[in-house]
Design a binder for this molecule. Structure first.
Ligand code: 5GP
Ligand code: ZN
Length: 136
């Protein structure tokens, strides 16, 4: 447990939360500032900063827990879809530095919109960045 981590404190029961799901490796609770009705966070019990550092098994457990929660959102809340969101470092909107997955129920009539307008890349641009990224 990291001393000054609010999600560690929630996992330990030292801070209140609306917990909706728990298992040996993960806890899920409602986000204090929901983007839509039912927006929740899945966190591994074991502290890590984010995707760069999370234990591989914990990442898997969190993914499986997010799926279980998404199915219950569909069945209980009647949502029309779900977004999973992970933020890794401030440049990617991370504000709480304990690995978490946002599970955001989506409704056909909700007001959320994509924050970017994607544009089609040129082929050589894709090839150049792919060359930088490719393994080996
Ligand atoms: P991030 O921006 O790091 O991906 O997401 C952190 C999320 O945690 C935010 O959506 C924020 O609303 C939520 N949050 C921050 N503090 C608390 C808290 O004390 N309790 C709960 N339940 N959620 C929190
Ligand atoms: Zn933590």
């Amino acid at each position: 447990m990291a001393d000054d981590c609010i999600f560690c404190k929630i996992v330990a029961g030292e801070l209140p939360s609306e917990t909706v799901q728990e298992d040996e490796h993960t806890v899920a609770f409602m986000d204090l500032n929901p983007w839509t009705r039912g927006h929740a966070l899945v966190v591994p019990r074991r502290h890590s900063r984010n995707l760069y550092e999370v234990d591989d098994a914990d990442l898997g457990y969190a993914g499986v827990a997010a799926k279980r929660l998404a199915l219950r959102m569909r069945d209980r809340l009647g949502c029309d879809g779900v977004n999973l969101l992970g933020c890794c470092e401030p440049a990617a909107w991370q504000t709480v530095f304990h690995t978490h997955v946002h599970v955001i129920p989506r409704y056909d009539d909700d007001p959320l919109q994509l924050p970017v307008r994607p544009r089609q890349a040129e082929q050589d641009e894709l090839a150049r960045v792919a060359a930088e990224l490719r393994e080996s």
